[in-house]
Design a binder for this molecule. Structure first.
Ligand code: ATP
Ligand code: MG
Length: 148
């Protein structure tokens, strides 16, 4: 089943596009890649099975990552080494906030420090569960909404 994907950029601009199959996420990555730089946060909102982790896989590949992405639901956070020459991104921090109930639970991850080290980006599933952290970092957020 096809997905309808809306991207909201940090400046408020929106773009909506169909992603007709799991292999077609590159169309979305092409749109966000020019806007991503160290310190960027990409949020992925959508129901269970919407394709959030699939989108992260495509992004990691575009950034030169070789490690296969697994869903970090049980690990909360995974760091994927990448090798992006254009923006100098060396780490993709993949966070799955599905099991988080309060923003304070993020504190143990030291996400603020991790994502502002000048060589990392954060990609976060279930941003609804950590709304105040997202709000605090709004200016660096690219939000992706997936409708199934
Ligand atoms: N655009 C798409 N069109 C059709 N199927 C897709 C699309 N994107 C991903 N899928 C398929 O949907 C299924 C779920 O994908 P994925 O695990 O990425 O979802 P998720 O949103 O991360 O799920 P969860 O909420 O469990 O973390 C996979 O079988 C994947 O191949
Ligand atoms: Mg997932």
């Amino acid at each position: 089943m096809s997905r309808l994907v809306t991207i909201v950029f940090p400046n408020g601009k929106k773009k909506t596009q169909k992603v007709p199959q799991a292999e077609a996420w590159n169309a979305i990555i092409d749109l966000i890649y020019p806007e991503i730089k160290p310190g960027s946060i990409v949020t992925l909102s959508g129901p269970l099975g919407a394709g959030k982790t699939t989108c992260v896989q495509h992004l990691a590949k575009t950034l030169g990552g070789k490690k296969l992405i697994q869903s970090p639901t049980f690990a909360l956070m995974r760091v994927i080494p990448v090798a992006d020459n254009r923006h100098g991104i060396k780490r993709l921090i993949h966070v799955d906030a599905y099991r988080i109930e309060h923003d304070e639970e993020l504190r143990v991850l030291d996400l603020d420090e991790e994502v502002t080290d000048g060589k990392s980006i954060c990609v976060l599933e279930w941003p609804e569960n950590v709304q105040s952290w997202i709000q605090k970092n709004q200016t660096r957020c690219i939000a992706i909404y997936i409708k199934v």
